[in-house]
Design a protein around this ligand. Structure first.
Ligand code: SAM
Ligand code: SF4
Length: 465
């Protein structure tokens, strides 16, 4: 099988797997759950079986197992980030997206480098350390160097206390091998790209014009990214386009393909659901809308299937749904987000936004709510900066050793946030949470965490292990 080909995405196998099992019995579910609790992941057929699990009595143990796995691997730590939309210009015609070329209702805006620095400052002043840079597929002057300049501008920006963004992840349209190399040289963290749907026929129906009509170019995007040396890649499907079961199995095939070709799968998986978007009839009534129950099922199945892969939940979802899925396996969330270019510095402009947000809370409000539910917010960016990416990351993650890094780093970055940004009413709650978390750690991790915390109290910043 050729690495740049797409024959690994075998639609027939997906259909056969879904048609082959109608509804699994308790014995089959128990067997899969037992296997998942060994934290070694699940096979394609196991996932197909879980997709067909519909009754509450069979789903309850699946949800309970997801919760156990989440706690065993990630503890109570949740990584936070903010999206940074630099431009909503786009030459494509994705029927679900407000940025699509023919949408006359959208107010168009591509930020200048000065405006990108202003947005970065506004994000930094919330307390964020990690951004996901996003753009439509059309760059001012038609030049990809706009994206590279934007990354540089974000990294170079310092706020009044000298803080800067420590990790820029990027979600832009698939690139050539050479452009991916340039992206890698610009120092990005994760390259993120959603296939939207793995179902070719549906893909063709909803992508009507522009480069994005080329399904294969998109499907092979991660191969080129990996070949260019970007070893943290994030995949995803836009749920609501095709049958969610098909796309979940498509994601599984994509992961297995990357593992086979490059020795490591994806670093993260995103599970966006279609949200209403200015000027999009399809976004108002998605062809295969996913119910809240099925959405929780998707998250739980992924947690069982790929326990070490980060699961990302954006502010597309409401606070209630984000809380429900945090329990089931989500490990990273965006917070205090804007999806219109310039929205952090200027007032949010729904007429320039990609889709409507489901969660409008500020970063401080999200952190307060996380704390009340016993979670520890983390602004950690250590892995990427110490070169623990791709294969090296998985080597540490699989035997469970990564927890000894994530735990202490979550506490030190949380304390840094509390001291530097003094979020109203959060100090006592935050410091109590740090104390409680310390008690739960192993002696060795506790020692590492205490040492980092002392250094932060003494005025050092950006300390990590
Ligand atoms: N333009 C690039 C592309 O399409 O790959 C990257 C940026 S695009 C703004 C990021 C993602 O937003 C898309 O991959 C799509 O999954 C998602 N998206 C588009 N419209 C959406 C909607 N109405 N609701 C939720 N997510 C949406
Ligand atoms: Fe453009 Fe991406 Fe939106 Fe499609 S999803 S219209 S490519 S911004």
């Amino acid at each position: 099988m050729c690495g740049t080909g797409t024959d690994w995405l075998d639609e027939r196998t997906i259909h056969d797997a879904l048609d082959g099992v109608k509804s699994p019995d308790r014995g089959q579910i128990d067997e899969i759950i037992a296997k998942s609790l060994e934290l070694k992941g699940l096979s394609f057929d196991d996932v197909a079986l879980l997709c067909q699990t519909n009754t509450d009595d069979l789903l309850a143990p699946v949800f309970a197992a997801a919760k156990r796995i989440k706690e065993a691997i990630y503890g109570r730590r949740i990584v936070l980030f903010a999206p940074l939309y630099i431009s909503n210009l786009c030459a494509n015609e994705c029927l679900y997206c407000a940025f699509r070329r023919s949408n006359g209702q959208l107010v168009r805006r591509a930020l200048s480098m000065g405006e990108i620095r202003d947005e970065t400052l506004a994000i930094l002043d919330q307390g964020h350390k990690r951004v996901l840079m996003v753009a439509g597929e059309s760059y001012p002057g038609g030049d990809f160097s706009y994206v590279l300049d934007a990354i540089r501008a974000i990294y170079e920006t310092r706020n009044r206390i000298g803080d800067s963004i420590r990790r820029v992840n990027v979600n832009v349209a698939p690139l050539t091998l050479e452009q991916f190399r340039e992206l890698k040289d610009a120092g990005i963290g994760t390259y993120q790209l959603f296939q939207e749907t793995y179902h070719r026929e549906t893909y063709a129906r909803v992508h009507c014009a522009g480069k994005k009509t080329d399904y294969d170019w998109r499907l092979t995007g991660m191969d080129r990214a990996m070949r260019a040396g970007i070893d943290d890649v994030g995949i995803g499907a836009l749920f609501g386009l095709a049958d969610w079961r098909f796309d979940l199995l498509g994601l599984m095939m994509h992961i297995r393909h990357l593992e086979k070709e490059f020795g490591v799968g994806c670093h993260t998986i995103s599970v966006p659901r279609i949200e209403p978007a200015v000027g999009s009839e399809m976004a108002a009534a998605p062809p295969n809308a996913v119910s809240d129950r099925d959405f929780r099922k998707i998250v739980a199945i992924l947690r069982l299937a790929v326990p070490y892969t980060g699961l990302i939940m954006s502010t597309r979802e409401t606070a209630a749904m984000r809380d429900a899925t945090l329990e089931l396996g989500v490990s990273q969330i965006s917070a205090g987000s804007c999806t219109d270019p310039g929205g952090y510095r200027d007032k949010r402009d729904e007429a320039a936004a990609q889709f409507q947000l489901g969660d409008h809370r500020s970063l401080a409000e999200v952190i307060k709510d996380l704390g009340e539910r016993g979670y520890i917010p983390s602004f950690c960016t250590a892995c990427y900066r110490t070169g623990r990416t791709g294969h090296d990351f998985m080597e540490l993650a699989k035997p469970g050793a990564i927890k000894s890094k994530c735990g202490p780093n979550a506490l030190s970055t949380y304390l840094e946030y509390l001291i530097n940004y003094r979020p109203a009413g959060l100090d006592a709650q935050g410091r109590n949470a740090i104390r409680s978390e310390l008690i739960c750690m192993s002696t060795r991790d506790q020692r590492a965490a205490k040492s980092l915390l002392e250094r932060v109290e003494q005025g050092q910043r950006d300390v990590f292990c």
